[in-house]
Design a protein around this ligand. Structure first.
Ligand code: FAD
Ligand code: UDP
Length: 389
């Protein structure tokens, strides 16, 4: 075991006497990648805990009572341009190629491709735009110049104009975030592109695939390492003084770690309504978005499109945005970023605790970005370990 550094967490004799090199809080992508790397590459002894009764964090999937493989925390579609991330995860799973497609339900029932593409424009306006140049000219005639693009409203209005913005983005965003797009950073709606071709895929990344046996199986394979102990249904608070460890990796909300010293960081939550239907299919694509503000949910997802499972029944999930509940989304706004920076400064003064992941670094990251961030954190840890050896 490495000698504890002077600022390492206090090592106290207690019931969890077995000494660990690392305590990792959170068994989602961030915690699982680090647990796997630290044990398999550096031979560390790791205790991994999660307050939930399962691994996988928000990417957890399970077979429900009706026999359908579904995602308890809403649809998770894997996509990345990073060869490193795809290669790393491929050690623990094979893949099912899957390109995600989304329809938006507008004007009281018309289903059109989302992101907005040439087909969307033709269907919505009864047009016959034949090529990219025509679609581009159409959008240009509607776009409103915005001097400085700052907000989620600016970014869309400057590309497609106010009418399309109101049809596809304003209501959805107001529901999803509980605030107007004009109050949110541009990065939020900038996640969704506008196209002039007829490509109707949600993502254009180089690698687009689902873990063939599901995310949970992939996590189980990652965490099947000698030297790795896993405790589920366990709060960090319940082990922090009891377990014997030298260093900590924390992947929960950073403000929670510091007892909300500077005030709470806002996180947006969701309530999920899962339904298993007694028919083979519910909808033509995996996700249908509902931008209409009068409908309380934002989207409906049908998992079998993503997983490829053949089953006589099908499971769908409605997402109802909520201020209360588990923290799912950091809320990108300048004042929230400023508050996060104060917590980040505290984190930098705590070098034996590594903050990794979507909640601990307050970033609206996808699974591949969190995996990449955790692999980078591992490289820094390994260098530090090598330097102090
Ligand atoms: P999490 O998965 O949140 O894991 C953190 C874990 O830490 C949790 O399990 C939590 O229980 C545990 N924890 C926190 N605090 C404590 C504590 N004090 N004690 C014990 N345990 C604690 N990404 C994509 O790439 N594609 C998608 O299609 C996609 N869809 C999404 C849909 C929804 C509805 C949501 C909410 C997210 C989606 N994401 C998607 C993002 C993806 O979920 C995240 O990027 C990823 O799961 C983050 O991993 P993480 O380990 O940072 O955090
Ligand atoms: N968005 C929207 N209408 C849509 C799809 C997305 O207004 O039909 C906005 C909304 O603010 C959303 C953001 O774009 O939160 C990002 O969309 P994405 O599909 O990436 O959201 P996620 O899958 O992360 O929930």
């Amino acid at each position: 075991m490495n000698p504890p550094s002077p600022s390492a967490p206090a090592v106290r004799p207690a019931s969890r006497r077995r000494p660990f090199d690392y305590l990792i809080v959170g068994a989602g992508f961030a915690g699982a990648v680090l647990a796997e790397r630290l044990t398999s590459q550096l031979g560390k002894r790791v205790l991994l805990v999660d307050r939930r009764p399962h691994v996988g964090g928000n990417a957890y999937d399970e077979t429900d009572a009706g026999g359908v493989l579904m995602h308890r925390y809403g649809p998770h579609i894997f996509h990345t341009n990073s060869e490193e991330v795809f290669g790393y995860l491929s050690k623990f799973t094979t893949w099912r190629p899957y390109e995600h497609r989304v329809l938006a339900c507008v004007k009281g029932g018309l289903h059109v491709p989302m992101p907005i593409n040439r087909t969307t424009l033709n269907l919505l306006y009864g047009l016959d735009l034949e090529d990219e140049a025509q679609a581009e000219a159409f959008l240009k005639s509607r776009a409103q110049p915005v001097e400085r693009i700052r907000t989620s409203e600016d970014v869309v209005v400057s590309q497609v104009g106010r009418e399309l913005y109101e049809t596809f983005f304003r209501g959805y965003t107001r529901k999803q975030w509980g605030m107007d797009p004009s109050e949110l950073d541009k990065s939020v709606t900038a996640r969704v592109p506008t196209r002039t071709d007829t490509d109707d895929r949600y993502f254009t990344d180089r690698f687009q695939a689902m873990p063939a046996q599901g995310y949970t199986r992939m996590f189980e394979n990652m965490l099947d390492q000698p030297g790795l102990s896993l405790e589920l249904g366990v709060e960090f608070e319940d082990v922090r003084d009891e377990a014997v460890f030298e260093r900590l990796v924390f992947t929960g909300p950073i403000d929670e770690y510091f007892d909300h010293r500077f005030g709470k960081l806002p996180y947006r939550s969701l309530r999920f309504r899962h339904e298993t239907l007694d028919r083979e299919w519910a909808q033509p694509v995996a996700v249908i978005n509902h931008p209409d503000e009068a409908i309380r949910y934002t989207r409906v997802s049908e998992y079998k499109h993503m997983t490829g499972q053949a089953h006589p029944r099908t499971t769908i999930t409605y997402e109802f945005p909520s201020a209360e509940g588990d923290p799912y989304y950091p809320v990108p706004r300048p004042e929230n970023q400023a508050l996060y920076k104060r917590y980040e400064a505290l984190a930098l003064e705590t070098p034996d605790v590594h903050f990794v992941g979507r909640l601990a670094t307050y970033r609206y990251y996808n699974m591949d970005q969190v995996t990449g961030q955790a692999l980078a954190a591992f490289r820094r840890i390994a260098e530090r370990e090598a330097a102090s050896a």
